[in-house]
Design a protein around this ligand. Sequence first.
Ligand code: ADP
Ligand code: MG
Length: 377
Amino acid sequence: MTDEFEQVFGSVAAGVWAAPGRVNLIGEHTDYNDGFVLPIALPHAVKVAAAPRTDGRLRLYSKQGDDRITDIELGALAPGAPNSWAGYPAGVVWALREAGHQVGGADLYFDSDVPGGAGLSSSAALECATAIAYRDLYQLDLSAAELAVLSQRAENAFVGVPCGVMDQMASACCEDGAALFLDTRDLSWRQVPLRLAEQGLALLVIDTRVKHDLGDGAYAGLRAGCEGAAELLGLAALRDLPEAGLAEALAALPSELAPLVRHVVTEDARVLRAIELLDKGEFAALGPILTAGHASQRDDFAISCAESDLAVRTALAAGALGARQTGGGFGGSVIALVPQELAAAVGTAVHNAFTTAGFTTPVSFLATPSRGAHRLA
Ligand code: ADP
Ligand code: MG
């Protein structure tokens, strides 16, 4: 990394940082409804080598980018400019300055093994890597949660994706060997130990290779639907609707909003049930909750696709204890909770099913709960 930094920028890097991608175990589309989520950080991360600059310029290069240095004056940063991949890191620097932090320019060199657009949050990893590098380059007194919120602001206001805060919180705050139980209303969280291997279990991630595009308006439409339903129900957010009051609320809602509300309310309840089980160390019992979460996002929220449904069905038939599409939806990745000895067979079964169906070959790997953003060197 530092060698490549020198080749690109002709100077010496001051340090190297990493911020991971994530998979969400359960709690989908709940984060912008003030609800609960339960992600883990992946071993896959965006790494950044960085050095401060004194001339007020921000220079950005990514090994997975566009083969050129994006060079911009800090004063010229504005939502939408730059509007390439560089908008994610530039947006973080913009958000820091908007929040009143006295930061100057920098050279940033990125290299990542988080697959992009695969529902594994490469965008949040890119933002959080930038945020933590800037924290250290400019000695900012910012907590992990504050870095996450600034990164979310960059994605919302600078890049223009109306995402919730889960991805950035996962990338910034997760710890090794644990899932992050996050209440997105007040950003309180705790680490929930998740030592699957000790119980002979593994988490298989299957990238369906169907690229979702969160900027395409579908996500914004779902978010607006949820917020509109909350307003009709006289609630601050759908998180405030208890499961016990669901039937009555559904009867009062227009037919296009009722399924959205049912998904969000039952999904919050699934996160809470999952936490109860994990706290008791009953990891295998998580399986049916994952599968029920998939049915809910497929049938009620309508954010699944043929490839994700096939991956889930096939994984279950091959012995997975539970499976669901993870991430914002419309493709991306599927997770499957599997007995370790079946992990390879489940992966093969899904690959074969995709071949038979004429779908692009998926990519699968085992995920262990990993560490959030940190300094490497
Ligand atoms: P996800 O976050 O699920 O991977 P997004 O659509 O939110 O998908 O973010 C993907 C976008 O993030 C890419 O299109 C690209 O602009 C940017 N990105 C992610 N990782 C990198 C990287 N290593 N280098 C350059 N751009 C990246
Ligand atoms: Mg993203």
